[in-house]
Design a protein around this ligand. Structure first.
Ligand code: OMP
Length: 236
């Protein structure tokens, strides 16, 4: 799997996306999330792919197994590199997602890697306990979801940098640990709660980092991207 920093294209229109991407002269790894996908639909994926960029399609599917399987069968045809579900949907849902992707992947193409969101990086332990009524530590909940995802045959999880090391111990080095909530030193956390720097992500064994506002809203996004890239340095 590509280890370039994944840039979150959290924009609401194609126009903004292309204005952003044309600043770069190199192939990137970008994330299309629900804001952009729900506005622009599948054509945005085709257009970004045609520009030569790798794509993480972040739709965080979470529904009954049959619905997720059918949705994944259709999404597989887009030929993205990475896609996700919520681990809270359960192991049967995760297995169904994998089956849908396998069925829908076009012959000769590689199946998108499938990862499961554990606890969102905007969640605190207190909030998890009070609102989700999960009475373990946040770390234990994340590890539980990671093991569930691994046993369902998934390729990895989305987690914060703070849990990456324990997931590596429980699920191995090859299991993907895709970590959002990345900030440069002194950067504003915004709505994120479990944040870390790119260099700390590397130290903790994250396999990919997802960076949105620290690059997209920087005065010079290209400079910010290269700063992040240098601090991160990849992990494989
Ligand atoms: O699945 C994700 O990508 C995701 C999971 C998670 O737990 N936390 C999280 O922030 N994300 C996504 O990662 C990006 C982080 O954006 P910034 O906080 O601006 O860097 C957003 O597009 C989120 O949707």
């Amino acid at each position: 799997m590509n280890t370039q920093p994944i840039i979150a294209l959290d924009f609401s229109s194609k126009k903004e996306v292309f204005a952003f991407l044309t600043q770069f002269n190199e192939p990137l790894f970008v994330k299309v999330g629900m804001e952009l996908y729900l506005q622009e639909g599948p054509s945005i994926i085709k257009e970004i792919k045609a520009m030569g960029h790798a794509i993480f399609l972040d739709l965080k599917l979470h529904d009954i197994p049959n619905t997720v399987k059918s949705a994944m069968r259709g999404l597989a045809k887009l030929g993205v590199d990475l896609i996700n579900v919520h681990a809270a949907g359960g192991s049967r849902m995760m297995t169904a997602a994998l089956e849908g992707l396998e069925e829908g992947t076009v012959a000769g193409q590689r199946r998108p890697a499938l990862i499961a969101v554990t606890q969102l990086t905007s969640t605190t332990e207190e909030q998890m306990q009070q609102e989700q009524n999960i009475m373990t530590s946040l770390d234990a909940s994340v590890i539980n979801y990671a093991i569930l995802a691994k046993n369902a045959g998934l390729d990895g999880v989305v987690c914060s940098v703070l849990e990456a090391h324990d997931i590596e111990k429980a699920c191995g080095k090859a299991f993907l640990k895709v970590t959002p909530g990345i900030r440069l030193v002194g950067g504003e956390a915004h709505d994120q709660k479990r944040v870390a720097t790119p260099n700390f992500a590397k130290e903790q064994g994250a396999t990919q980092i997802v960076v949105g506002r620290a690059i997209v809203q920087a005065e010079n996004p290209v400079v910010a991207y290269h700063t992040v890239e240098q601090l991160w340095g990849g992990n494989q």
